[in-house]
Design a protein around this ligand. Structure first.
Ligand SMILES: *[C@@H]1O[C@H](CO)[C@@H](O)[C@H](O)[C@H]1NC(C)=O
Ligand SMILES: *[C@@H]1O[C@H](CO)[C@@H](O)[C@H](O)[C@H]1NC(C)=O
Ligand SMILES: *[C@@H]1O[C@H](CO)[C@@H](O)[C@H](O)[C@H]1NC(C)=O
Ligand SMILES: *[C@@H]1O[C@H](CO)[C@@H](O)[C@H](O)[C@H]1NC(C)=O
Ligand SMILES: [Zn+2]
Length: 962
C-alpha cells in the first residue's frame, strides 16, 4: 500500500507538527466476526446459507481448518469470477449487496480429502445435496463428492470434506455461488459514496490487501498462491466497470428479468489475490499513451472536468518510463489505470493495472493544492508504480517480508518523483520524512526488527500490524543506505537480475541479497563482508546504533541507541546490538574516504583532530544511525554553525539538530547542549534544519506547554523565527508572491506558522486579515501553500464565527485537498465546547468520513486545550470506536500514540494503565503494541520532565537576557 497513510505530509509540512495522523489502512474488521448462523432467503429467491452446519465435533483446535495458513496440497491455477454489485439497497433488507459466482481451477499436488479455501463474510447458495460448492474434475475420472461443507469463521475458510482423496497431479474445478454485503467498511468489495450536486452516487470498489480478497469471493488468499483471473462484472448500463485487465467485451444480458450490462476483462497475468481490484462507478477520465501503454486517470466527473486528473496524468507516463529503465523491464501490462476513491483507508493501493487512491493522493488543482499536496501526489504515484514490478511482478512469498516490499517502494518513490520533478530536491526530504521519523520509534525498547519470522505472522490482525513505520520508513532507510554503499549502479544491477529471475513468481528477502551479492562480485565492488552479513545486522535486530567519535583519541565506537536508557532491557539480539556501519564523513568541510565500523570499537587515526579541525560523520545521513562526538568536537561544530553554517551540508545541519536533541533525550549529552544547536537559527534560511528544529521543539511544546517554561520558551523562539518571517516578507514582496524553490515554499510555511505560534503580533494580524477577507468577501485569496497554517492560526485566534464559517466551507468543499486543510484547521480552536462538539462529529460518518475519524481525533489531541478532551472522549467510547473503526487497521496505533503524546504526569500514567486494564476484554487490535509503547513513553516523559524542567527554564531565561 501507499505510504503516507501514517503521516499526512500535507499537514505536517504545513508547519504544524503532526507526527502521526491521517490516512491509515484497511479497517479490516477482521476480528469482528458477525454471528451469521441462520438460514435465510436470498433476494433472488434461492436459499443462501450463512456460516451454518457448524463443524461436526466441537472444535478441537488442531484441525487443519483451525490453522491460519493454508495447507499446501492444492495450487490454484485460474479463477473465473463474475461479480454483480448492487448500487441501490435491497428493498427488503435495506442492505447493499453483491452477488457472485466463481470457479477456481486448481491442481492437487499432494493427495487430500479436504479442501480449505478462504472465505469471509460471504453467504453461499446451497447446491447439490445441500453443499456449499460443486466439485468437478478436469480429467476423465470423476471428482470425489463433497460430504460436508461449512464456513469456519475464525480462520475464514470455506471447508469441504470429500468422500475420497483428490489425486495428485489432477486438476479440479470448484464452483460456488455467493452473496456478500457491499458495506461501507473500506475492506474487500465495499461501497463508497459521494454527492454530485444533490445526487447521491454510490461506487463499488475494493481494497484486498492484506486479507480481504476472501471477502469478495472464495480464494486461496495468500500472496504466493498466484493464479490467472478471468473477471466479469455486471453493472447498470451507464456505469464504468474496471478491473486489473482491460475490458474486452461488453454485452447486455437479462438476468432474472433485470437487464444489465456485463463487462468481461482480459485475463490477468499470473498474480496474487491481494492485488485484485473491481470497481463499478460513474466516473470520468483523462487518458494518454506512453510507449504503447494506455494511461488513464479516473475520478468523479466534476473533478475530471475541472482538470484535477491532469497533473497525475502528466507525470505517470514519465515515471513509468523511469521505472522501466530503472528495473530494465518493460511495464508488464497493456494499461495503467489510476482512480481516486472518496472513501479509502490507505493512502493508495497498488492493485496491478488499477491503482486506487485517496482523492487527496491523486487529484491536483492549482487553486486548492499546495506544493506539499503536489509532492505527495508525485511521491505516492511513484510509490505505487514502483510496486508494479517490485511487489506485483515479483512478490514476497509471505507477509513477514512485507518490509522489503514496502521499504523498497518507499525508497524508490523518491527516485521516481525526483525524475518527474527534478527541481524539487525531493530525495533530500527522505531524511526528515523517513529516517528521522522512524528513529523516534526504533529507539524504543519495544521496537521490533524489520524482519519477522514467518510462523509469527499468521492472523489477519498480525499481518495488519506489520503496516507500520518500521516496515515503511526503516525499510526505506536501510535500503537507501545499502544502495549508497553499493553504489546505485551495483544496486540496480542486482535488482534487475532479481526481477528477471523471479518474474511472476514469489521470493523471500534473501533472494534479493543473493542477486546483489552476484552484482558485487561481477563488478569487483569492495565490501568488508557479504551483503547478507552486513544487512543481517540491520534487518534481524531492532534499533540502530549511535556511533561515537572521539576526535582526541580517534576511537570510534557504537552502542544501541535507546531513547530511554532506563526503560526495560531490550530482548537479546543475535548480533548483540552491534552493526556493520558504513561511515561517510568530512573533516573541517572536506569530504574524506568512507570507512566501515565493524566492531564495538575501533581506532581510526584519520579521525583524530588538532586545533580548529572538526569531524562530521554520516554525511547526508545516508547511514541509519546517529552520531555523537567528544565535547570539544561538538563545540567546534556549534561554532561552525554560528560562524558560517553553510560550511556544513544542509542535511547535516538538520542532522546536528536532530541528533543532539535525541542524544539529550537519551542522556548522552546535556539537554542544554541540544538547545545550543538552535542558537544559530536566526541566520538559517533553509528548510531542512528549520523543520528538524521544529520537529524536536514539538516535544518541548508537548512537555512544557502546560508549565512555566512555556513563556520564556515562546520568547526565545520568537526571536529566532522573527528574522525568517521578515526574510519571507521581503522575498515575497509583502506576501504577494510565491517563493521560487519547492523547499523555500515549505520554509515560508514554517516561518508563518512558527511566528504565529510564538505570538508574533504581525503574524497573527496577517492571518486574521486574510481569513476575514475571505469571510467578508466570500472570495478565498489565501495561497494554497499557506492555507493550512493560515486557517489554523485564524481559527485559533478567532471564535465560534470563524469556526462555523470554516465548518460550512468544509461541508461545501468539492475537493478533498481543501476539505482536509479545513478539517485540520477546525481542530485549532481554543474553545473547549467547540472542540467537544467537533469530537462528537468524528463519530458521525455523515459529517466526518470514517477514513478520517481517527486522524481528526488525533488533531484535536495535538491542541493543548483539546488534549484532555480527546483522551476523555476515546476512553469513554473505546469499545464503540474499536468495533466501528478498529479491527485490523493501523490508524489505530496512531490514534493511541497521538492521543497520549503529551502524557508526562504520574496521573496520566495511572489513567493509561487503567485504560489498558479496563479495556483488556475489548482489546486494542492493531493498537496493542501502541498501548505498551504509550506507557513506556509516558514513563520516559515523566522522568525527562523531572530531570530537565529547571535546566531548560534557566537556559531559556538565560538566552532571553543577552
Ligand atoms: C487454466 O490454467 C491451466 C494451467 O495454467 C491452463 O492449462 C488452462 O488452459 C487454464 N484455463 C483457461 C480457461 O485458460
Ligand atoms: C448472510 O446471512 C446472514 C445470516 O442469515 C444474514 O444476516 C446476512 O444479512 C446475509 N448477508 C447478505 C449479504 O445477504
Ligand atoms: C483517450 O480516450 C478517448 C475517448 O475514449 C479516445 O478517443 C482517445 O483516442 C484516447 N486517447 C489516447 C491517447 O488513448
Ligand atoms: C535493458 O538493458 C538493455 C541493455 O542496456 C537494453 O538494450 C534494453 O533496452 C533494456 N530493456 C528495458 C526494458 O529497459
Ligand atoms: Zn506500498
Amino acid at each position: 500500500m501507499g505510504k503516507g497513510f501514517y503521516i499526512s505530509k500535507g499537514v505536517a509540512v504545513g508547519g504544524v507538527v503532526v507526527a502521526v495522523a491521517a490516512l491509515s489502512t484497511i479497517i479490516a474488521l477482521s476480528v469482528v466476526y458477525s454471528q451469521e448462523r441462520s438460514k435465510t432467503n436470498g433476494s433472488d429467491g434461492e436459499a443462501t446459507v450463512g456460516p451454518t452446519n457448524a463443524p461436526p465435533t466441537p472444535p478441537p483446535s488442531n484441525e487443519p481448518w483451525d490453522q491460519y495458513r493454508l495447507p499446501t496440497h492444492l495450487v490454484p491455477e485460474n479463477y473465473t469470477v463474475m461479480l454483480w454489485p448492487r448500487l441501490t439497497p435491497d428493498p427488503d433488507t435495506g442492505l447493499y449487496i453483491f452477488t457472485g459466482e466463481s470457479t477456481v481451477e486448481f491442481e492437487c499436488v499432494e493427495e487430500t480429502d479436504l479442501i480449505l479455501i478462504h472465505s469471509n463474510k460471504l453467504n453461499y447458495t446451497s447446491l447439490e445435496n445441500g453443499q456449499l460448492a460443486r466439485l468437478t474434475s478436469k480429467s476423465p475420472q470423476t471428482a470425489p463428492s463433497i460430504t460436508q461443507s461449512w464456513l469456519q469463521t475464525v480462520t475464514q475458510y470455506l471447508v469441504l470434506r470429500l468422500n475420497s482423496k483428490l489425486v495428485k497431479g489432477q486438476r479440479y474445478q470448484l464452483y460456488t455461488k455467493f452473496t456478500g454485503e457491499l458495506a461501507d467498511d473500506l475492506g474487500g468489495f465495499y461501497r463508497s459514496e459521494y454527492f454530485e450536486g444533490t445526487e447521491k452516487k454510490v461506487i463499488a470498489t475494493t481494497q484486498m490487501q492484506a486479507t480481504d480478497a476472501r471477502k469478495s469471493f472464495p480464494c486461496f488468499d495468500e500472496p504466493a498462491m498466484k493464479a490467472y483471473f478471468f473477471i466479469t462484472l455486471r453493472h447498470d448500463v451507464d456505469k464504468v466497470a474496471l478491473s486489473n485487465g482491460a475490458a474486452v467485451e461488453t454485452t447486455t444480458v437479462t438476468v432474472d428479468g433485470v437487464t444489465v450490462q456485463q463487462t468481461v476483462f482480459e485475463r490477468t497475468e499470473k498474480m496474487s489475490t491481494y492485488l485484485l481490484a473491481f470497481i463499478v462507478c460513474d466516473y470520468g477520465y483523462v487518458n494518454s499513451t506512453t510507449g504503447g501503454v494506455l494511461i488513464r486517470i479516473f475520478a468523479r466527473k466534476p473533478a475530471i472536468d475541472a482538470g484535477q486528473g491532469d497533473y497525475a496524468l502528466s507525470i505517470t507516463g514519465p515515471i513509468l518510463k523511469f521505472f522501466e529503465n530503472y528495473y530494465n523491464s518493460s511495464y508488464p501490462l497493456p494499461k495503467s489505470d489510476q482512480i481516486a476513491i472518496p472513501d479509502f483507508n490507505a493512502g493508495a493501493m497498488e492493485n496491478w493495472g488499477l491503482i486506487t487512491y485517496r482523492e487527496t493522493a491523486l487529484l491536483y488543482d492549482p487553486e486548492f493544492s499546495s506544493n506539499s499536496n503536489r509532492e505527495r501526489i508525485a511521491t505516492i504515484i511513484a510509490h505505487e508504480l514502483a510496486h508494479m514490478w517490485f511487489g506485483n511482478l515479483v512478490t514476497l512469498r509471505w507477509w513477514n517480508d512485507l518490509w522489503l516490499n514496502e521499504g523498497f517502494a518507499s525508497y524508490v518513490e523518491y527516485l521516481g518523483a525526483d525524475d518527474a520533478e527534478p527541481t524539487w530536491n525531493v530525495k533530500d526530504l527522505m531524511v526528515l520524512n523517513d529516517v528521522h521519523r522512524v528513529f523516534a520509534v526504533d529507539a524504543l525498547a519495544s521496537s521490533h526488527p524489520l524482519s519477522s519470522k514467518e510462523e509469527d505472522i499468521q492472523k489477519p490482525e498480525q499481518i495488519s500490524e506489520l503496516f507500520d513505520a518500521i516496515t515503511y520508513s526503516k525499510g526505506a532507510s536501510v535500503l537507501r543506505m545499502l544502495s549508497d554503499f553499493l553504489t546505485e549502479e551495483v544496486f540496480t544491477r542486482g535488482l534487475q537480475s532479481y526481477l528477471k529471475e523471479f518474474a511472476f513468481g514469489s521470493t523471500v528477502y534473501t533472494d534479493l541479497w543473493k542477486h546483489l551479492q552476484t552484482a558485487v562480485q561481477e563488478t569487483g565492488t569492495d565490501l568488508p563482508a557479504n551483503i547478507d552479513a552486513i544487512m543481517n545486522t540491520w534487518v534481524l535486530q531492532m534499533g540502530f546504533p549511535v556511533v561515537t567519535i572521539d576526535t582526541v583519541t580517534g576511537v570510534v565506537s557504537q552502542q544501541h541507541f535507546l531513547l530511554d536508557p532506563d526503560s526495560v532491557t531490550p530482548p537479546p539480539s543475535p548480533y548483540n546490538y552491534e552493526w556493520i556501519v558504513p561511515i561517510r564523513w568530512m573533516k573541517t568541510g572536506a569530504v574524506q574516504p568512507p570507512r566501515w565500523l565493524q566492531a564495538k570499537s575501533e581506532t581510526v587515526n584519520e579521525m583524530k583532530t588538532t586545533g580548529t579541525d572538526w569531524v562530521l560523520a554520516n554525511l547526508n545521513v545516508v547511514g541509519y544511525y546517529r552520531v555523537n562526538y567528544d565535547t570539544a568536537n561538538w563545540n567546534k561544530l556549534l561554532n561552525a554553525l554560528s560562524v558560517d553554517h553553510l560550511i556544513i551540508p544542509v542535511i547535516n545541519r538538520a542532522q546536528l539538530v536532530d541528533d543532539s536533541f535525541n542524544l539529550a533525550r537519551a542522556k548522552i549529552i546535556p539537554t542544554v547542549q541540544a538547545l545550543d544547536t538552535t542558537k544559530y537559527l536566526d541566520k538559517e534560511r533553509d528548510y531542512m534544519p528549520w523543520k528538524s528544529a521544529i520537529n524536536n521543539l514539538d516535544f518541548f511544546y508537548l512537555m512544557f506547554d502546560r508549565t512555566e517554561v512555556y513563556g520564556p520558551m515562546q520568547t526565545y523562539l520568537n526571536t529566532k523565527v522573527a528574522p525568517l518571517f521578515q526574510y519571507y516578507k521581503e522575498q515575497t514582496g509583502d506576501w504577494a508572491n510565491v517563493p521560487g524553490g519547492h523547499l523555500d515554499q515549505y520554509n515560508q510555511v514554517n516561518a508563518i506558522s512558527m511566528a504565529c505560534k510564538t505570538g508574533l503580533a504581525e503574524c497573527t494580524a496577517l492571518v486574521k486579515s486574510w481569513f476575514s477577507d475571505w469571510m467578508t468577501t466570500g472570495t478565498n485569496r489565501i495561497h494554497a501553500n499557506l492555507r493550512t497554517t493560515v486557517y489554523c492560526n485564524a481559527i485559533a485566534a478567532g471564535g465560534v464565527a470563524e469556526w462555523n464559517f470554516a465548518w460550512s466551507k468544509f461541508e461545501e468543499a468539492t475537493i478533498a485537498i481543501e476539505a482536509d486543510k479545513l478539517r485540520y484547521a477546525l481542530s485549532c480552536t481554543k474553545e473547549p465546547w467547540l472542540l467537544n462538539r467537533y469530537l462528537e462529529y468524528t463519530l458521525d460518518p455523515v459529517k466526518i468520513r470514517k477514513q478520517d475519524a481517527t486522524s481528526t481525533i488525533v488533531y484535536i489531541a495535538e491542541n493543548v486545550i483539546g488534549q484532555s478532551l480527546a483522551w476523555d472522549f476515546i476512553r469513554a467510547r473505546w469499545s464503540y470506536i474499536f468495533n466501528e473503526y478498529g479491527g485490523g487497521s493501523f490508524s489505530f496505533s496512531n490514534l493511541i500514540s497521538g492521543v497520549t503524546k503529551r502524557f508526562s504526569t504520574e496521573f496520566e500514567l495511572q489513567q493509561l494503565r487503567q485504560f489498558k486494564e479496563d479495556n483488556a476484554a475489548v482489546g486494542f487490535g492493531s493498537g496493542t503494541l501502541a498501548v505498551d509503547q504509550a506507557i513506556e513513553k509516558t514513563q520516559a516523559n515523566i522522568k525527562w520532565v523531572g530531570e530537565n524542567k529547571n535546566n531548560v527554564l534557566n537556559w531559556f531565561e538565560g538566552a532571553n537576557t543577552p
